[in-house]
Design a protein around this ligand. Structure first.
Ligand SMILES: [Zn+2]
Length: 378
């Protein structure tokens, strides 16, 4: 583990307190020139000074709840500018222990140019009592990389930035990570994906049984399935309910540690995060799951009255997801599979299988992007 300390952070913290006391004094006495002084202090300590000395959080503002209980692990929550209320928000979050609150604290500390303290907050997420989710770890490592860069040692954060890139599912976080490419050469081209992924938290899954999960390692193949449940509804709420049904079946009836698939694609073309990608999936039988990303298209793609074809939005999203994963993990079309490559099963169904074969053919020809794929972004 890279070493760090918080001495610098404490010193800056005292300075912030002093500044706040000065502001309170100026404001309460309505001294002439107070406005000028405020402007001067704001220039000296951008982001850490709140000119509204009376505490009045805006209703519904992110992080305005004491302890940050309304925070979620997403770029819109964690990376939002704290100005001009960064210092009050930090105070609110001082005793909060949720990962979202700790991460918000880390990014506010960075905004206040307190990288040592930000490293402390990120470390609490990474090495705290509860193992972080992939999403939480991505944000924590991004915060660390930024902190080291602020300390003048960007090389110390290169590993964190690399891991963050590997784990980041949040589109905005991905964008920010690409803004600061690592110095070391990339073995393949950059990932220029428009893919949007609905976070796992959004479908309110049951907690996984982590003791029943194994690490995935670096993916080198991806396998397409269908859910074998007729499903045409395009509403978010119905998709969420369907994911919960599948997870319950996998955990309660099949004793899996979590939902078996890493990604699920609904008929509207939304891509949902299933099992976290850092864990091996349960979708292709035994050793076939090793380093294998499991993707399930919701629907029953068989012929006859019980079946249906995949929607164009689903197909576009599948193509985008497969292409993105291949670029990100540097494997080619030989790594694209359907379930019945591994065992005798109808999955992913005779109406989906030729669509996957089309994609494999296009990938072999070097046609990696697909018209209409961006429409799948939700
Ligand atoms: Zn299958």
């Amino acid at each position: 583990m890279a070493g760090y300390n918080s001495r610098g952070g404490a010193a800056v913290g005292r300075r912030t307190v002093l500044v706040r006391q000065l502001l309170t004094t100026l404001s309460s006495r309505r001294l002439p020139g107070a406005a000028l002084a405020l402007a001067g202090v704001s220039l000296l300590f951008p982001g850490c000074v709140n000119p509204n000395v009376m505490r009045s959080p805006q209703p519904g503002a992110q992080g305005s709840q004491p302890g940050g209980s309304n925070l979620t692990v997403s770029a819109s929550c964690l990376l939002a500018p704290g100005k001009p209320t960064a210092d009050y928000e930090l105070e609110d979050l001082e005793h909060a222990s949720s990962s979202a609150a700790l991460l918000r604290r880390a990014f506010l500390l960075l905004e206040c140019r307190r990288p040592d303290a930000a490293l402390d907050a990120a470390a609490q997420v990474l090495y705290g009592p509860a193992a972080p989710s992939a999403n939480e770890e991505a944000f924590a490592r991004f915060a660390r990389a930024e902190a080291y860069a602020m300390l003048g040692h960007p090389e110390r954060g290169e590993y964190d930035r690399d891991v963050a890139r590997h784990l980041a599912l949040d589109v905005e976080l991905q964008r920010r990570l690409d803004v600061h490419p690592v110095a070391e050469p990339q073995p393949a081209g950059p990932v220029a994906s428009t893919l949007q992924i609905q976070s796992r938290a959004r479908w309110r899954p049951m907690a996984p049984r982590r003791s029943n999960l194994e690490p995935l390692g670096t993916p080198r193949r991806i396998t397409i399935h269908h859910s074998a449940l007729y499903f045409r509804d395009t509403r978010v709420a119905t998709s969420i309910a369907q994911l919960q049904v599948i997870q319950r079946d996998h955990m309660q009836n099949r004793d899996y540690g979590d939902i078996g698939y890493h990604f699920l694609i609904d008929p509207a073309g939304r891509v949902w995060e299933g099992r976290e990608l850092k864990y091996q999936g349960a979708h292709a039988s035994g050793a076939n799951n090793v380093q294998n990303i499991g993707v399930c298209l919701l629907g029953n793609f068989v012929r006859g009255s019980a079946g249906q074809g995949p929607t164009p939005q689903q197909v576009a999203a599948m193509r985008e997801l497969v292409t993105t994963m291949m670029q990100r993990y540097h494997f080619g079309p030989e790594g694209l599979h359907v379930h019945n490559d591994f065992k005798a099963t109808e999955c992913p169904g005779p109406l989906l299988e030729p669509v996957v074969a089309d994609l494999a053919r296009d990938l072999r020809r070097g046609i990696t992007r697909t018209a209409g794929a961006t429409a799948a972004g939700y």
